[in-house]
Design a protein around this ligand. Sequence first.
Ligand code: NAD
Length: 497
Amino acid sequence: MTTLTRADWEQRARDLKIEGRAYINGEYTAAVSGATFECLSPVDGRLLAQVASCDAADAQRAVDSARATFDSGVWSRLAPVKRKAAMIQFAALLDEHVEELALLETLDMGKPISDSLNIDIPGSAQALRWNGEAIDKIYDEVAATPHDQLGLVTREPIGVVAAIVPWNFPLLMACWKLGPALSSGNSVILKPSEKSPLTAIRVAQLAVEAGIPAGVFNVLPGYGHTVGKALALHMDVDTLVFTGSTRTAKQLLIYSGESNMKRVWLEAGGKSPNIVFADAPDLQAAAESAASAIAFNQGEVCTAGSRLLVERSIKDQFLPLVIEALKAWKPGNPLDPDTNVGALVDTQQMNTVLSYIESGHADGATLVAGGKRIMQETGGTYVEPTIFDGVTNAMKIAREEIFGPVLSVLAFDTAEEAIQIANDTPYGLAAAVWTANLSKAHLTAKALRAGSVWINQYDGGDMTAPFGGFKQSGNGRDKSLHAFDKYTELKATWIKL
Ligand code: NAD
């Protein structure tokens, strides 16, 4: 536990040396073109760094390095027990640099320093460690062959993996992919979001320090879609793993078809329903959970509980509890350890969120909390956690992913109606159900078309649980042993005895 104060963090922010170059073949390097872009902090608009703006020429360099390293076998054919040791050491170095990395994450992305320090960076280290620890405990298979045959079913690393990640949990989303991708022997090129590239750039060097050979893990920052597109279209990238919006995810499937049919695994958007039945065991707990489900990480969470479905008979009792609970979630300076809501990632995202608030008003929903930009004098991008009541599922604020702290409240009368509304979305990432009735909980959970369902809580799970979406929330799963499926090819070797 750190005892650093806001003044301490501000001093450290002033002293911080920030690396903005790409990392290829074990070295920091400028983009071939020499281009850079400005990385601004949403905390107060300050310039943090000039960051390399990579393009197709840099993608080529990184793929060449990743391919050569993969083919050399220096990592891909290393004994799993040795890869395990390096991954655990990589995790330990993240833990050792937790304060530096947390500060970078907060300055770059705007999230509260307490979250970066207690959730993002430890969670990233844990993802590396958990997958590293697993890799020498996974066995292959022997097929049920006739007596004169031996059938081996083995997993092999797939080769060169490109990982394109979003800005909301920059290092955590990267490590959910780096953990299984690196542990299983692949070479990886990580493309962080242009809105939050700094921790990815920093940890590349820690990987080499941990004993992962140069060239195995490369980082290519870039502005806009240029370098991500170059990787997605590259003929020598074997697998593309992605977390980000559904719109980009669909485009990546096209790029794969237009190039080498690389495997594409997608973790995309969500519009998750949080269903509160009248027989919920603890309405106060449900209300507090509904508030954190929309305010945590400024609502910039793929699984944000953005649609609160409340049984009509308790709505007048329940909604005031949610409004009261949301008062505990107040935007403040992200470098203050007591802040629990930080800045939205940038001006563009803030304007998107504000335009959805406008649309809620225009469609006739009733604003019952928040609704405004605040703290403008700081130069940062802060919006109050917001609740609209009287929302119908046809309204834009109920249909589209806002990716900000805006909650839509919808009423229902029966379990069938709740399930119908919950599933009436192109997304299928997560859902929650609050009821004391065991059968109702299970039957509703089974009927929900979502990759994660939580009962009497919101956002449960750890590294042991697969995470990913039904429908247009994606395919494949991050976390758990299932994640290794994305990073390995299955081979059948059939031997005549
Ligand atoms: P985004 O799709 O705009 O960008 C994601 C990444 O893709 C970035 O690195 C971006 O530079 C890159 N990119 C954009 N266009 C590209 C293109 N044409 N070709 C190649 N790369 C391209 O998403 P975002 O705004 O960074 O992130 C927010 C989204 O991420 C939300 O929809 C959220 O739900 C989703 N998300 C999903 C999960 C999950 O696990 N399902 C987790 C976190 C975030």
